[in-house]
Ligand binder design. Structure first.
Ligand SMILES: [Fe+2]
Length: 282
């Protein structure tokens, strides 16, 4: 069974737990956003404590994709500051790994994973994205689907897997004037759409997503209309198939302040009753 439809939850309400000494990131605080019970693939937020260190050369025996939310992570000579991205395939050599002042990192593992300290096996260089520092980019020049309704749209492609068509990208949307924009079409994808909201807010029929919101939407589920009164910055992943969007011809009225009515797996069902309105970032 693949991951359940989860749309949406504020990550702030999920519990932190400390990863054990046997884990690939011992002593790091973790909260699970979603997990595939069959493959073991997970989407998590990791909070590295100041002084975190894996001092010896090693590699991870599965793919790791990450985006730094705050702080700085270092892998060998490469520093990953806030809003830095990487896709490090299975076997990618790491001289060491440190977080001198701590870091909070949105992280995706493609399945069970452990550190291997002996030998080297190399990695699939075609999958490797060693570092993209989004904060250093003056402009995000990648094209946005013209059917997306919103002002000031900017997109930065972070990863595009030539074999599977899976992709990862950032999308910025400026504030929408609700006196001008009142409706938007609905959309459907054949693949999973996964989102972590980095900032701002998004209005959807299921409620208003705010910073730290997360969803995992399986393919085939029609969604929208969406809008953003405050503007938003989104981290998106397309998983389990190449990206495509089927739009409706008709536009539907955007509901700007819908009450929280999420679709949640049974393990998170208790969170449906209360909308998070705190101020924690994640
Ligand atoms: Fe979508």
């Amino acid at each position: 069974m693949a991951r359940a439809h989860l749309e949406f939850i504020q990550s702030q309400v999920l519990a932190w737990f400390t990863l054990p000494d046997t884990a690939a990131r011992p002593g790091v605080a973790c909260k699970v956003l979603s997990k595939d019970p069959e493959s073991g693939a997970v989407s998590v937020v990791l909070k590295y404590p100041a002084g975190f260190e894996i001092a010896r050369p090693h590699y991870l025996d599965n793919d790791e994709e990450f985006f730094v939310l705050d702080g700085e992570l270092r892998i060998g000579e490469t520093a990953y500051g806030a809003h830095s991205y990487a896709y490090l395939p299975d076997g990618y050599p790491r001289a060491n790994m440190t977080a001198p002042n701590g870091a909070t990192v949105l992280t995706f593992f493609e399945g069970p994973h452990k550190n291997v300290f002996e030998g080297a096996k190399g990695c699939d260089r075609a999958k490797l994205v060693e570092r993209i520092a989004a904060a250093d980019r003056k402009t995000w020049g990648d094209s946005v689907d013209p059917k997306v309704v919103g002002a000031g749209l900017q997109k930065l492609m972070l990863r595009l897997d030539e074999k599977t068509g899976e992709r990862t990208w950032l999308l910025n949307m400026g504030p929408t004037d609700r006196a001008v924009v009142t409706a938007a079409p609905l959309e459907t994808h054949p693949h999973v759409e996964e989102l972590f909201l980095l900032g701002g807010e998004i209005s959807m029929p299921q409620g208003v997503l705010r910073r730290g919101a997360y969803f995992w939407r399986p393919g085939g589920i029609q969604h929208g209309p969406i809008g953003s009164l405050a503007g938003c910055t989104c981290f998106f992943r397309c998983k389990e198939g190449p990206f495509s969007t089927d739009w409706t011809d008709r536009a539907e009225t955007i509901v700007w302040d819908a009450p929280y009515r999420p679709t949640l797996p049974s393990t998170l069902a208790s969170h449906a009753a209360t909308e998070y309105r705190g101020t924690d970032p994640y």
